[in-house]
Design a protein around this ligand. Structure first.
Ligand SMILES: Cc1cc2nc3c(=O)[nH]c(=O)nc-3n(C[C@H](O)[C@H](O)[C@H](O)COP(=O)(O)OP(=O)(O)OC[C@H]3O[C@@H](n4cnc5c(N)ncnc54)[C@H](O)[C@@H]3O)c2cc1C
Length: 396
């Protein structure tokens, strides 16, 4: 067992941290205020290879491992505290990987270089207005029509709807096949019959969330991901990958909150001494640090499991991978949120102001608690299933 990063990993981590410090921190307020990630951020991200970074070089990516992508996600979450850039980053990393692995050659050549170059957006559309947790109960359908599919239905709370519309790009879209199972189709947002709607979120304002309506949309079969009827499996693999990066982004945000808090409690005085001298505060810091470190290493282990098994097509450790990923997605957002909340309180009234900026993280991280990439109870259900057996699933 060796927990050290390789020289390459360390160098890359430092480069992404420098980008986070120089570019992301400088722009996070405007990202939040203007509701978009500007080209001044996307361009250097593309230059660093951060867009859809697991995509192989022949399609424009850097063929990064899950371990390297996890490290980058930590840094992006630390850099843009609002989490908007982290979401942009991790959706493209997770779903870019799925398209590069299971998509047709034609689709990969057409879509991925633009995504990796920051000229198109790629995301996931699985949630529907009737619910996101119960994917098997979805209503969107696809049926084969010659060399195409016809897609009908509606998706909701989908990240990147406006970005895919304005920049170009689309979403890997899960639908029920009329012949059984699920189809996973790449649907360009500019396709005829696709209508979009923007929702008004409370945080991570720099990336849109919205609805998509499909009115008998013709999707060419080149956009089918993997085999017909097997889409659920690819979606689940994508969720495992994306949930690991969500958790990594939460780790980065939690570390930033603690760094901000440490600097403050060393300086701010009450009752004639720095706040950091009071056990009430120091012990809280010690507890938070311990929890953040624990989840960070759990997260890196989840990425290692993905690299070692899942991404090599080896399903022999599926249960171990599922447990590792569900555990981090269950814990990381809660610890990140708790860290931000506690540090806000160390700041007293100042913590409640926009000047200090902790509220950016407070609003952004909340998205991972309410549901983005799967609600906390769904992670608990996965863990229950893996620990007790399928017969203990709370539903059929
Ligand atoms: C900011 C944001 C961005 C998002 N981006 C995307 C995206 O890009 N693409 C996409 O497809 N979706 C996206 N989502 C949707 C997300 O995947 C869903 O929120 C999530 O799957 C939960 O679905 P739901 O919100 O419909 O809640 P529901 O499924 O209605 O569940 C409501 C609550 O009940 C809990 N619950 C559900 N079933 C059970 C059960 N059996 N036992 C106990 N508790 C249960 C859930 O955990 C949740 O807390 C996003 C959500 C947010 C907030």
């Amino acid at each position: 067992m060796d927990f050290r990063l390789t020289d390459e990993e360390e160098a890359f981590q430092s480069a992404v941290r420098r980008f986070g410090d120089k570019v992301l921190r400088t722009h996070e307020r405007t990202i939040d205020a203007e509701g978009r990630i500007p080209p001044e951020v996307l361009k250097p991200m593309a230059e660093l290879g951060l867009l859809a970074m697991p995509v192989p070089a022949e399609y424009g990516g850097m063929g990064a491992s899950a371990a390297l992508t996890e490290l980058a996600a930590e840094e992006v979450g630390r850099g843009d505290f609002s989490m908007a850039t982290a979401v942009f980053f991790l959706l493209e990393a997770g779903w870019g990987y799925i398209l590069s692995r299971y998509g047709t050659e034609e689709a990969k050549r057409e879509v991925l270089p633009a995504v990796c170059g920051g000229k198109a957006f790629l995301g996931i559309a699985s949630t529907e207005p009737t619910g996101g947790s119960d994917l098997a109960g979805m209503r969107t359908t696809s049926r084969r029509d010659g060399a195409s599919f016809r897609l009908r239905g509606e998706k909701a709370f989908v990240s990147g709807v406006e970005e895919a519309k304005s920049l170009g790009g689309g979403h890997l879209t899960l639908s029920k096949s009329d012949t059984g199972g699920f189809n996973f189709l790449y649907v360009p947002t500019q396709s005829e019959g696709v209508a979009t709607q923007r929702f008004h979120n409370m945080g991570r304002m720099g990336i849109s969330t919205g609805g998509l309506t499909y009115q008998d949309v013709r999707v060419p079969e080149k956009y089918l991901v993997g085999a017909e009827g097997k889409g659920f499996e690819y979606a689940m693999e994508g969720f495992s990958v994306a949930r690991t990066y969500v958790s990594a982004a939460c780790v980065g945000a939690a570390e930033r909150a603690l760094e901000t808090g440490i600097a403050y409690i060393k300086e701010r005085k009450a009752f004639g001494q720095p706040l950091g001298k009071f056990e009430g505060i120091q012990f809280e810091l010690a507890d938070l640090y311990t929890q953040v470190e624990a989840v960070k290493w759990q997260c890196r282990r989840a990425a290692w499991l993905l690299d070692t098994y899942t991404l090599k097509g080896d399903r022999s450790h599926r249960s171990e991978v599922d447990r590792a990923v569900a555990s981090v997605k269950l814990t990381a957002p809660q610890i990140a949120f708790e860290s931000v909340k506690r540090v806000m309180m160390w700041f007293g009234a100042a913590g409640y102001t926009k000047d200090v900026g902790l509220e950016l993280g407070f609003r952004g991280i909340m998205s991972y608690l309410v549901g983005a990439e799967g609600g906390l109870n769904i992670m608990r259900i996965i863990l229950g299933r893996e620990l007790l057996g399928k017969e203990f699933l709370p539903y059929k």
